[in-house]
Design a protein around this ligand. Structure first.
Ligand SMILES: Cc1cc2nc3c(=O)[nH]c(=O)nc-3n(C[C@H](O)[C@H](O)[C@H](O)COP(=O)(O)O)c2cc1C
Length: 316
């Protein structure tokens, strides 16, 4: 039994732990459940779901980089109907909250995805991936256009009563504007960051390595960028912030909490050290006990909150 309160809430949903796993790095949790006790996690964000099944991108999809990885999976997934029928019933038995990560290639698709999951009682919340190309607008990602972020948020909110988490793209000039656009349009929380666009070239073939040419960079290489963005967004946001990007050990996780994240998600580290989410939960517990905090939420934003505020927020 934990001596520290690890819970946090989004909308009307209470999560038992601030440590969750990030979309696309944990499937639907079923494989990892054979290795670790996933019921100790605050939740699992599913692989990004689309209206129809997707095969993903051809050619090389993953490339290891110094301190990180590039991926261009292309949202391979079984589609929302198969998710509901074939995966959700099993995932619901894992004893942790399931967050459905949804994507769309048009505004209408985002609305239909939200509607399709509305009656699923085992889906605790929706996380909306806006780093997807808007096919009708020539393939520009929804998440890099402020107006589109507002419209996606509005249409998803209109079609669901579940808490809506908008997952922000870091591939923008000022991420705070995007967080605020999501918040003003009704988002219940924001999560950040999705991957940073990057690429690699095979010097022998003299061609890009990835089949899709460009891919998303994740892992320790992106951590300082992600931490900076969480620090900026959380000072302006009036809704919970979920931080992610390169978190690989308890110290990284605590940095994100101090930067202002109410919860964190772990992605790339799951491929290398699948037990790390539990090590991080224990590390956060120890840090709180050693420093006299009895709730993880008391750590949130201490890196920027004024000293006066720090003292009143401490529960010693
Ligand atoms: C292989 C892979 C697949 C991913 N798929 C998705 C996805 O389907 N939807 C999504 O919103 N984010 C996806 N992401 C982004 C992660 O959820 C996370 O935002 C990002 O990797 C940064 O965290 P990390 O550095 O801890 O991995 C994916 C990341 C990786 C590495």
């Amino acid at each position: 039994m934990n001596k520290v309160d690890h819970s946090f809430t989004i909308g009307n949903v209470k999560f038992n732990n601030t440590v969750l796993t990030a979309s696309g790095t944990y499937g639907f949790g079923l494989e990892f459940a054979k290795i670790i006790d996933v019921s100790r996690l605050g939740g699992i964000a599913t692989k990004g779901l689309s209206l129809e099944p997707k095969k993903g991108n051809p050619g090389e999809r993953i490339y290891e980089t110094p301190a990180g990885m590039l991926n261009s999976i292309g949202l391979e997934n079984p589609g929302v109907d198969s998710f509901k029928k074939d995966y959700l019933p099993e995932a619901a038995k894992l004893g942790t909250k399931i967050i459905a990560n949804i994507s769309g290639s048009s505004l209408e698709e985002y609305g239909l995805m939200a509607e399709s999951l509305e009656s699923e009682k085992d889906v605790a919340a929706l996380e909306v991936n806006i780093s997807c190309p808007n096919v009708k607008a020539g393939g520009m990602a929804f998440g890099t256009d402020l107006k589109m972020v507002e419209k996606v948020t509005e249409i998803v909110k209109k079609n669901t009563t579940k808490p809506v988490i908008i997952k922000l793209s870091p591939n923008v000039t000022n991420i705070v504007d995007f967080a605020q656009a999501a918040q003003y349009s009704g988002a219940d929380a924001v999560s950040l960051i999705n991957t940073l666009m990057g690429m690699a070239i095979d010097i022998n073939k003299r061609k890009p390595v990835l089949g899709n040419v460009m891919g998303g960079l994740s892992g320790p290489a992106v951590k300082p960028v992600a931490l900076r963005m969480v620090y900026q967004v959380s000072q302006k946001a009036k809704i919970p912030v979920i931080g992610m990007g390169g978190i690989s050990n308890p110290r990284d996780a605590i940095e994100f909490l101090l930067a202002g994240a109410n919860a964190i998600m772990l992605g790339t580290i799951n491929f290398r050290e699948p037990q790390m989410p539990l090590d991080i939960i224990e590390g956060i517990e120890k840090y709180c006990l050693d420093n006299g905090f009895n709730s993880v939420q008391d750590l949130v934003g201490l890196a920027w909150k004024e000293e006066k505020h720090v003292k009143t927020n401490r529960c010693t």
